[in-house]
Ligand binder design. Structure first.
Ligand SMILES: *[C@@H]1O[C@H](CO)[C@@H](O)[C@H](O)[C@H]1NC(C)=O
Ligand SMILES: *[C@@H]1O[C@H](CO)[C@@H](O)[C@H](O)[C@H]1NC(C)=O
Length: 245
């Protein structure tokens, strides 16, 4: 009799114990968020490893993710680390905003361990095939090509990029085989050294010197959790960009 009453009490108590669990998890997250806000913003670091503070080297897209495979160092010229300045730099290395303001697909989000949790991409920039204005990126939309998603890290000012090479529209813009490694290497090859772009709005020649360093041991090589099951080599390329004129 006593034993069965005890069992009934436990059985009644169990659902509320189960439902209490997520609340406890949320509490822990809230505590971590407060701790992360204490990080100082300083250009003495290139970036902070997102995984040090609950973030990831993969962004999020339909339950999977794309690798954050290029980081623009916070030690770059501050102008480049603004959205407008990044767009001017993108022009110099052959990228532009999306075709006539089009955007396909939902924004992807990333957690850069900067205390903000998952944040939408701020921009998608596409290869423009050397054609000015956003007209050139229409070709990328039709023919496929390179593109990247932009995620600023609020604690440092570094900018994380998810770079990938796409198939053409007939393939519904799926990522090419090995498209993450290839996209990164093509973007970097087009960026290193001295690149200029004549800015028609300011009548100024913008010139940039870019140095690339490959970082290993941060992102995980392989295809676990990656969109389309495309394997990556786990290399993250750090770009340090100096605007010289
Ligand atoms: C992210 O983008 C989605 C879709 O455009 C939007 O519904 C959502 O509000 C955005 N989230 C934030 C935090 O801006
Ligand atoms: C970075 O790694 C890629 C892929 O292995 C390679 O092609 C590239 O030359 C490397 N870049 C630097 C700066 O070491």
């Amino acid at each position: 009799m006593l034993a069965s009453t005890l069992f009934a009490v436990l059985a009644l108590g169990l659902p509320s114990l189960l439902s209490a669990t997520p609340v406890a998890v949320e509490d822990i997250t809230a505590v971590e968020d407060v701790a992360v806000e204490g990080l100082a913003a300083a250009a003495t670091v290139d970036f902070i490893n997102p995984t040090d503070n609950g973030g990831s080297w993969l962004d999020k897209s339909n339950g999977l993710g794309e690798p954050l495979n290029v980081v623009i160092s916070a030690k770059s010229t501050p102008d480049v680390l603004t959205l407008d300045g990044l767009l001017r730099y993108a022009h110099a290395i052959g990228f532009d905003k999306e075709c006539l303001g089009q955007h396909q697909g939902d924004p992807q989000t990333a957690n850069l361990g900067d205390g903000r949790g998952d944040v939408n991409e701020t921009e998608v920039l596409r290869e423009n095939f050397g054609i000015g204005g956003t007209i050139g990126t229409c070709l990328e939309s039709l023919e496929g090509g390179n593109h990247f998603r932009v995620f600023p890290q609020s604690t440092t000012g570094a900018i994380f990029l998810a770079v990938s090479q796409e198939e053409d529209l007939s393939e519904h813009h799926t990522i090419a085989p090995n498209g993450y490694n290839i996209g990164r290497d093509l973007l970097v090859a087009g960026a290193v050294g001295t690149k200029s772009h004549f800015n028609i709005k300011t009548f100024h020649l913008d010139t940039y010197v870019t140095v690339a360093t490959n970082l290993t041991g941060l992102a995980t090589a392989g295809s676990v959790g990656i969109n389309h099951g495309i394997a990556i080599d786990g290399i993250v390329t750090l770009l340090t960009i100096t605007k010289t004129t």
